[in-house]
Design a protein around this ligand. Structure first.
Ligand code: GDP
Ligand code: IMO
Ligand code: MG
Length: 430
């Protein structure tokens, strides 16, 4: 069954920070609803409108288009305090948010003890993930461990307090074992502050799946906004150096409560090169000097944590895998302008494995990925600014050749090319 409306997923196809916020903001112009389907405040989606920069963490990037409805699906782990801070901050900057945001009854609450556990676990772990410290792992652990607290539980104070008290006992016991005996009082205080926002949250709770399905049936257009990226997906990414949610397109159905058959298209967002923040392998990493140069050119510092992002060449082994996992119908290639001054560009087409075998598929073994040697193709640079280009045919031939090769190797058609962070710096192909 397919509704009469349209449903598009926007999904990151590298290690996050591909420019999903910018692409969602561009596409949101033509839709009625934008919904987030997973993740939480670990996301940092940057949108530039005129001179203003907005970094959205939990609220969908559609919020900057007046009148569009924004929904947080059941797949999200909702940090209640951060959510209302973000809400207020947008409101203070003149964005009319009132009545426009709905949060799924089924979304899990990310509470202060999740944040603390995340930070403490990272500090004490032998093998660090380099998390954002936003409590994501512990919140999803509680969800899949069937110990979580959902938005709907806020409507039943007795049940809520029973579940939260049990969680506090578990967390404090773990914290004590890790040498944090004195955390309880402060944690309880922060927990009480978070739960005091419960009534307010209930006021915007919605049955997200039913709302979106009904909207599609009545001919409305819906955008499902992914956070993180394919290589950070808990199933398909570079496990264990991943986040704890289903970031890929399949997660868009599970994380909002719609059927997968109502999804019409899947737009994969990729940078024209590769970046990664946090621990874990980055096969096509630049050597040090180039790494620094592109980090400067692309302002590659995390939107959530400010950490420097590691940079590398475009990796078509990864994006071809992402095209398969997500069933991409189009690519949106961002930050092409960042490469404007480079003499030549490389694209990884294959990996040479530690045993010498050359492979085209993305290996499941994360540790071997740490020592693969990418096989590169070299293409000439275009050595001119493309930031003002708005039509594909006006791009320099070398830039078009670069895009053509990415399209060929990734096996997905290029639908959009972004040539700057501003809303209007976009080329729509076809
Ligand atoms: P997201 O998490 O996928 O939404 O991406 P981030 O917002 O974390 O990082 C992308 C960064 O690149 C942001 O600072 C954007 O403003 C910026 N950006 C997006 N598209 C372009 C582009 O085409 N060119 C340039 N120069 N910057 C871009
Ligand atoms: P957006 O939506 C880039 C990375 C962290 C760490 C790993 C696990 O802006 O693209 P977590 O806090 O989720 O437990 O951290 O995932 N990570 C991101 N990297 N962009 C993101 O979000 C990320 N969200 C998490 O750096 O390596
Ligand atoms: Mg980001």
């Amino acid at each position: 069954m397919s509704g009469t409306g349209s449903c598009t997923v926007v999904v990151g196809c590298q290690w996050g920070d591909e420019g999903k916020g910018k692409i969602v903001d561009v596409l949101a112009e033509d839709v009625d609803i934008v919904a987030r389907y997973q993740g939480g405040a670990n996301a940092g989606h940057t949108v530039h409108v005129g001179d203003e920069e907005f970094i959205l963490h939990q609220i969908p990037s559609g919020i900057l288009h007046p009148g569009k409805r924004c929904v947080l699906g059941n797949g999200v782990v909702l940090d209640v305090q951060q959510f209302f801070e973000e809400y207020e901050a947008l409101s203070a900057r003149g964005v009319d948010v009132e009545g426009r945001i709905g949060v799924s009854w089924r979304a899990h609450l990310l509470l202060p003890y999740h944040r603390l556990m995340d930070q403490v676990s990272e500090t004490s772990a032998a093998e660090k993930i380099g998390t954002t410290g936003r409590g994501i792992g512990p919140a999803y652990e509680d969800k899949t461990g069937r110990r979580g607290v959902r938005v709907v539980d806020l409507a039943n104070p007795e049940r809520l307090h029973k579940r939260v008290a049990a969680a506090m006992e578990r967390v404090c016991a773990r914290l004590e074992a890790l040498g944090h005996e004195d955390a309880r009082d402060e944690l309880q205080e922060r927990l009480d502050e978070a739960l005091a926002l419960g009534e307010r949250l209930l006021g915007i709770a919605t049955d997200a799946g039913s709302e979106i399905t009904a909207a599609l049936k009545s001919g409305k257009r819906v955008l499902l906004e992914g956070a993180q990226g394919t290589a950070l997906d808990v199933d398909h990414g570079t496990y264990p150096f991943v986040t704890s949610s289903s970031t890929t397109a399949g997660g868009a159905a599970t994380g909002t409560g719609i059927g997968p058959t109502v999804i019409d298209s899947v737009v994969g967002v990729v940078k024209a090169y590769t970046t990664r923040v946090g621990e874990g392998p980055l096969p096509s990493a630049f050597e040090a000097k180039m790494d620094e140069r592109v980090r400067e050119l692309g302002a590659e510092f995390g939107a959530t944590t400010g950490r420097p992002r590691r940079c590398g060449w475009f990796d078509s082994v990864l994006t071809r895998f992402a095209a398969q996992v997500n069933g991409l119908t189009a690519l949106a290639i961002t930050k092409l302008d960042v490469l404007d001054t480079l003499d030549e560009l490389r694209i990884a087409t294959h990996y040479r494995m530690p045993d010498g075998e050359v492979v085209r598929g993305f290996p499941a073994d994360t540790w071997s990925l740490g020592s693969v040697e990418p096989v590169y193709e070299t293409l000439p640079g275009w050595k001119t600014s493309i930031r003002d280009v708005r039509r594909l045919e006006d791009l320099p031939a070398a830039a078009r050749a670069y895009l053509d090769r990415i399209e060929e190797l990734t096996e997905a058609p290029v639908g959009w090319v972004s040539v700057g962070s501003q809303r209007e710096q976009i080329i729509q192909v076809g």
